[in-house]
Structure formats: C-alpha cells, structure tokens
Design a protein around this ligand. Structure first.
Ligand code: BES
Ligand code: MN
Ligand code: ZN
Length: 504
C-alpha cells in the first residue's frame, strides 16, 4: 500500500500534528524557526543532539530522536540536507524518500515534514515541497500482495505524509499533481516487473495494457495469426515453444488531439515474460530473475500511463513485443533460419539471444507504420551490459548524436543515468552469417552488448533511434533513496522528463 500525501499551511512555525516531525538541517547545523521552537519545548533536546555525535547535517544523514511528554509529536527526525545551494529537484526527492524507512522503523503512522525557506536555496519552496512528497511516495512502494501471514508490526507503518510550508500549499499541490501521475506510471511498471511469470504472460500482460484505455490511450493487440500474416518470423520464432500466445501491443496516445496528424515519437519495449533461454537453456541458478525480462515493455507501458495520465502535449506510440521464451517441443532450435518482418533473414545460433529477435519485428513495424520522429527502445538485452556498467547506469546506443545527448542530460537531471557505448562497422561485421543475412549472436563473445545493438540497428532504417540496455538497472537488490529493492521502474522518469523538456 502506498502512503497518502498531503500539503499543509505552516502558520508561524506551528508544526503539523504527526507521529514523526521531520526537520531539515543543513551542514551549518543552524536551526530553522520550527526547530528552535521544538528545541525550546523539549528542553534543548535538538541542540544537544546536534552538539556531539555523528549527525553533521550532511545530505543523506538522518537522526531520529524521541520527544519528551508535553510535545505534540512522538519523535523528531532530523534530515540532513548539506549545502542549500546544491538542492535541486532530485536532491529534495532523495531527502523526502530517505525519511520513509526511518519513520517506518520508529513504527509511526504519520509524518510531517516542515519545510521552511533556507538561505541559498534555489528551487522555489512549493516545487521543493512537491519533490519531497514525490520522493517519499516513490520510496513507500512495496510489492506485498503475496504475503498472507504478515502481522501489523512486520509491515511498514507509515500511512500519511504531510509537507507543511508557509503560504503556498496550493502551489505545492499543483506541482505534485503532475508528479503523482508520473509516480503512478513508475508504480505500474514496478508492479508489472515484480509479478511472477505464472501471473504475467504475453496474454495477461496485453490485458494489463488494455487498462490504459480509460486514460484515452488507444490499445491495439495483434495475436499470432495477425503477426503470422504480416510475416513476423523473428518474434514468432521466439514464442513458438510456449503455450502462451505471443502478442504485439500498440498503445497510441495523441496528446495533440485525437485527429492530430503530427508524427508521433515512439517507444518500443522487449517483453519476454519469462526467458528460460529456450533450447540454449540457462543455468538453474538465478533463472527466476528472468521473470523481469519484460522490463523494457514494463517501462513503455508505465511511461504511456504517466504521459496519458498527466495529459502530455505530445503524440506518442508505445509498442511492446510480448513472448515467453520456453524450450517446448515446438521450440525453435539453434541453427534455425527465420525471416523477419523486414524481409531480412536471421540465423538463430543461440535461442537465448531472443530479445533482439522480438525487437527486430517490433522496431520494423513501428518505423514502417508510424513514421515516428524517433524511436527509443528499452530492453533487458544483455548480461554483458551489467559486466560493463554495473547496476547504476543503462547502456545507451544510438545512431543520432542529438538524441543521445538529450538522453544523457536528462538522465543526469532525474538520476536515471545512461552511458553511451560505441557502434560501427567493426562490430556490425560480427553478426554477418554464413548462410543468412545475419546471425543473432556475434562471432566472438566480445562486445556482446554492442553486437546486440548492431543487430537492432539493422531494423530501424535510418530513423533517429536510441537503444537503452536496461539489464543492469531494471531490478535492484538493495534499497535506494527513492527506490525500494525489487523492480525499479528505471526509465519511466527519464523518458517522461525527456518528453517534457524536448518534445512537448
Ligand atoms: N534476458 C537476457 C539478458 C539478461 C541477463 C538480462 C541478465 C538481465 C540479467 C538475454 O535474453 C540473454 O539471455 N542474453 C544473452 C545473450 C547471449 C546469448 C549472446 C546473455 O547476455 O548472456
Ligand atoms: Mn535470453
Ligand atoms: Zn532475454
């Protein structure tokens, strides 16, 4: 369950009534008016705590203190913010998000963040308030639907989070409303990625896409018969070992008006609802992780929800190729040659390099049918990208410097960072086949993420295109300031901001 967010008027440093009162403290340890008041009421508790000990007001530091009888709140949580000048939107989100586990471990149901202007602060107070709330909201996410036995004290306690600020409650609420729509997109992605593969398969995931129609998104689903008629040999080959029917879902949102003819921007996602590797089967150890091999599709679906939810002024199309990669009796074999929708033939040397096969047909279909301004695809495509970049940045590949630059800048701004890798002739040669137009793995193991990107590039036909390999970032094994461990939803905030900054 997610927490309820509210904004309150802060009159004369009167703190909101809450279980935990949150007071930001900078590296200069200067007390805000509200902190001064509480310090007096509590017999000097705060100044004493700031006098010694580890808490120095640095960003990311928190100190939780019990309050004496006679004060309204049960506890105070000091939240370090460091240097006021460095507080951008991302910083405030992290400060807000970072409060959540501390409030939960104190067992409190409600928290009130007292936000007062600090000297040197650049971001307007209402925007900062909205960002604090957004961070707390995103961090409070839990995928807990399958617990049937947890007792109340084993569950997170925080239910309501209030940000109090002077004179600008309505403005904060207005900024927050857009962020709330964005968060709904992120949370939808996290939910989809976290679901196990016996619940989310190509057919049930396509059903989830259909829920977006209530937001004005046009959802069209192609099943196996339609894709067979079109000649989607690459995508269908991957799904043929599974008893679930492969699907291609096209989600269209025309924010410039239903009848608008303006070329859309396009997002394409890899949606392998489970990747066993197929006949080139994966080792048992860790295979359960491959339930989130639909992470790219999950981001595209969540992004469509966010954009339509906040009524973005943009025409956008989201395309997801949904398949399950299983080693059934009808599964494709290493060595099979398939004909893709583009007409190009592919020798499938490894059935575990399936994502690129799914994307090949989805990309070609997208560029051919929608003539988009650009295509960005997202895929948990290669283990090699985790070796190269780890789990904090997605791999970026592009045929267009401008689009790559925009993605890089936006990534830094929202804290969903990317790092561009090279492409070119030497890598492209690696995927030439002896018996078909190309093969689905490189001749050598080296540069595996790049040869995968080269493969995709053969299906985009010179449209400005970027590929994000999100294998390292779609799932996290540890909590982060605004992202609890599990499905991260990485990419939704990045692409929402890219659209807002450059394409609306
Ligand atoms: N879905 C995997 C990539 C992956 C690995 C995602 C680990 C997340 C975590 C992809 O389909 C795959 O199996 N790729 C192979 C490609 C190889 C056969 C060329 C890989 O990376 O090993
Ligand atoms: Mn695979
Ligand atoms: Zn895969």
């Amino acid at each position: 369950m997610l927490i309820k967010i509210q904004f309150a008027e802060l009159a004369k440093a009167a703190a909101p009534e809450a279980g935990v009162l949150i007071l930001p403290v900078g590296a200069d340890k200067k007390l805000s008016p509200a902190a001064e008041t509480l310090d007096k009421q509590s017999g000097g508790l705060i100044k004493k705590a700031l006098g010694g000990g580890k808490f120095s007001g640095k960003r990311g530091q928190y100190l939780s203190l019990g309050l004496p009888a006679g004060t309204k709140a049960d506890r105070v949580l000091l939240a370090g913010f460091g240097d006021a000048k460095s507080l951008d939107a991302q910083a405030w989100e992290k400060i807000g998000g970072g409060c959540v586990p501390h409030v939960n471990s104190a067992g409190a149901k409600s928290a009130g963040f007292v936000l007062e202007a600090v000297k040197g602060m650049t971001l307007a107070l209402p925007e900062a308030a909205a960002r604090i709330a957004h961070g707390a909201h995103l961090r409070s996410y839990h995928f807990d639907k399958y617990f049937t036995k947890k007792t109340a004290d084993e569950k997170p306690t925080l239910q309501s989070f209030t940000v109090a600020l002077a004179g600008a409650k309505a403005l904060a609420q207005k900024s927050y409303d857009k962020l709330e729509k964005l968060a709904q997109g992120v949370i939808f992605t996290r939910d989809l990625v976290s679901e196990p593969a016996n619940i989310i398969n190509p057919e049930t995931l396509a059903e989830k896409c259909k829920t977006l129609t209530s937001l004005g998104v046009d959802v069209e689903i192609l099943g196996e018969a339609e894709m067979y008629a079109l000649g989607f040999g690459a995508l269908l080959g991957v799904g043929q070992g599974s008893s679930a029917e492969s699907q291609l879902v096209v989600m269209r949102y025309n924010g410039l008006g239903k009848a608008s003819k303006t070329a859309p921007i396009a997002f394409v996602g890899k949606g392998v609802t489970f990747d066993t590797g197929g006949i080139s089967i994966k080792p048992a150890n860790g295979m359960e992780e491959m339930k989130w091999d639909m992470g790219g599709a999950g981001v595209v679906i969540g992004l469509m929800k966010a954009l339509a939810g906040r009524k973005a002024k943009v025409n956008v199309v989201g395309v997801v190729g949904l398949v399950e990669n299983m080693p059934g009796g009808n599964a494709q074999r290493p060595g099979d040659v398939v004909t893709s929708y583009s007409g190009q033939t592919i020798e499938v040397l490894n059935t575990d390099a399936e994502g690129r096969l799914v994307l090949a047909d989805a990309l070609w279909y997208t560029q051919k049918l929608y003539k988009p301004k650009f295509i960005i695809d997202l895929a948990t495509l290669t283990g090699a990208i985790i070796v190269a970049l780890g789990t904090s940045r997605a791999g970026l590949f592009s045929n267009n410097d401008k689009l790559a630059e925009q993605l890089f800048k936006t990534g830094a701004k929202v804290g969903e960072e990317v790092w561009r890798l090279p492409m070119g002739e030497v890598y492209d040669k690696q995927i030439n086949s002896d018996i078909a137009d190309m093969q689905n793995i490189g001749k050598e193991r080296e540069a595996g993420s790049i040869t995968a990107a080269q493969f995709l590039q053969r299906f985009v036909n010179n449209v400005p295109w970027a590929h994000l390999d999100i294998a390292g970032v779609a799932w996290s094994k540890k909590d982060d300031a605004i992202t609890p461990k599990g499905g991260t939803g990485y990419g939704v905030r990045l692409l929402n901001q890219l659209v807002a900054d450059y394409y609306e």
